[in-house]
Write a protein that binds this ligand. Structure first.
Ligand code: 4AD
Ligand code: MG
Length: 482
């Protein structure tokens, strides 16, 4: 019995005229003779030349797009264009038929919207083969980056009782019945009867637990699924997304910015080095898409130029206050083209403002720091009020061209009295978070961390435009298919 070889290895092979066996899915079958076979191991297909005179009609009929086959034959140098080797098959075995009439993926270009509806089959396309290979490489690069730096990968819980962001965008986790739900005397739900004996939800962030780890292990990171029940139907939001959250003891905001910038550059560079075929395919796809846009909307850069540009340039670092000044003076603000005009300090930045700063003004990734305390979470470290008495926190957001917010983080408030005051002001229940406050009571220390939205990174590196196309099975409002 001869062992199956992967097509990626076969295509690299230079030992010809040997008998080999491959298995894969038929992409196309031309002239009853040439099969383009793909087994997922690489973007390229392997050409199988069928000996149609000696192959039964019954088999030939079943070599259809989407069918799974095993082909055995001689590996030979190919004379055809676009390939170096091919297999002269002496045996074709049909592993799984695919009714050509019913198989939704035809050998032609399908829209991404259509493919999203058949997400269970879209892995079979070149685009999604490339996207999920890049996603895999980026995930591996994240782990390698932190591992090289001595960080501990900490698994924070997926089911929690706390709202880490204090934004109330949580999915409840309960086993209580919808009918005859146990109630307290005041009519509220009696969670003592529930599975955990209290109300619980899916985590929105592993940060708070991550901080506990960092205050003993020094440097930790999480990399796991997080959930947001926000009703955002955009190309940048998912209800279930993966987040990378490092947390570092004895680090200030400057260290935090350096770490985030290094992580982004490292992972992007890793993808460039390890996903050459995939990225060159995706760059071509993006270039085709750009051609269909009106001239003024087209990007000045190709995908590879955009990635290289991020590696070779320092990210611009400015404060929120400086950003507001730039935005106030900007053309779209003066000409009232922004939907939300910037006229005073304290306004939350909308994506149109972020895009202006990154894409028009600086034309590179921007790290915005020191946001008004009022628009940021309770755990961020309070700055001394400025000359005008305005309160800011040591927050940072990293904004990327075409993406907007890629990273959100901060130096944490390590001073117990400041933290308690903030929690009180923001109505964050202190008794429920006693364990979080304990770190500030016993050996508190300066520390910082951030969250990188993994799908936003994949979106940037692949040049895809909708976040639903960079996670295998996207979850968003009114959709939990597959
Ligand atoms: O800015 P966020 O909400 O920050 C936190 O959750 C902090 N606890 C992180 C920390 O300091 N450890 O989210 C962090 C990042 C965002 O910058 C964005 O990239 C991504 O997570 N993100 C989303 N990605 C996809 N879909 C959503 N609905 C997202 N919400 C946030
Ligand atoms: Mg944020």
């Amino acid at each position: 019995m001869i062992q199956r070889e992967k097509i990626a290895d076969v295509l690299k092979s230079t030992t010809y005229n040997r008998e080999i066996k491959v298995m894969g899915w038929v992409k196309t079958f031309r002239n009853n003779q040439f099969i383009a076979l793909n087994d997922g191991s690489c973007m390229s297909n392997l050409q199988i030349v069928v000996d149609f005179a000696n192959t039964s009609d019954d088999i030939l009929k079943k070599i259809t797009t989407g069918a799974a086959i095993a082909a055995t034959g001689l590996l030979v140098e190919s004379l055809g264009k676009g390939q170096t080797v091919e297999i002269k098959a002496n045996n074709i075995e049909i592993l799984g038929e695919s009714d050509a009439e019913k198989f939704p993926l035809q050998p032609k270009k399908h829209s991404l919207e259509f493919l999203r509806e058949i997400a269970h089959l879209r892995f079979r396309t070149n685009t999604f083969n490339a996207v999920f290979k890049v996603r895999n490489a980026l995930a591996f690069a994240v782990h390698q980056f932190f591992n090289e730096r001595g960080f501990v990968y900490l698994h924070t819980p997926i089911i929690t009782a706390s709202d880490a962001e204090g934004a109330g965008e949580m999915f409840k986790v309960t086993t209580l019945p919808f009918e005859n739900t146990p109630k307290n005397e005041d009519g509220s739900i009696d969670y003592k009867e529930d599975f955990f004996g209290r109300s619980a939800n899916l985590t929105v962030s592993g940060q708070l637990e991550g901080e506990l780890g960092a205050m003993a292990l020094g440097e930790i990171y999480t990399f796991g699924p997080t959930f947001r029940a926000e009703n955002s139907n955009t190309t940048r939001h998912l209800a279930e997304f993966w987040m990378i959250e490092p947390e570092v003891a004895f680090a200030d905001l400057e260290d935090n910015m350096n770490l985030a910038e290094a992580l982004l550059k490292y992972t992007i560079n890793y993808a460039i080095e390890h996903c050459k075929d995939e990225l060159s395919f995706l760059a071509g796809r993006l270039a085709d898409e750009e051609k269909n846009k009106p001239q003024q909307e087209r990007s000045e850069f190709s995908l590879m130029e955009k990635l290289q540009f991020c590696l070779t340039n320092d990210f611009e670092r400015i404060t929120y206050t400086e950003a507001i000044e730039i935005l106030k003076r900007s053309k779209p603000n003066q000409k009232k083209q922004f939907k939300y005009l910037i006229d005073e300090w304290g306004a939350d930045l909308q994506s149109e403002h972020e895009r202006y700063l990154v894409e028009k003004h600086f034309k590179k990734p921007v790290i915005l720091t020191d946001y008004p305390a009022d628009i940021k979470s309770f755990y961020m470290r309070m700055n001394e009020p400025d000359e005008q008495g305005r309160k800011t926190v040591r927050a940072m957001d990293i904004l990327f061209p075409g993406i907007g917010e890629m990273v959100g983080g901060s130096q944490r408030e390590e001073r117990l009295d400041y933290l308690q005051k903030r929690m009180e002001e923001m109505h964050i229940p202190q008794d429920e978070l006693y364990w979080y406050l304990d770190t500030r009571k016993f050996g508190t220390a300066p520390h910082s961390g951030f969250g990188l939205g993994f799908e936003r990174l994949v979106l940037f590196v692949t040049g895809m435009t909708n976040i639903r196309d960079v996670i295998p099975f996207p979850r968003f409002p009114k959709n939990a298919e597959f």
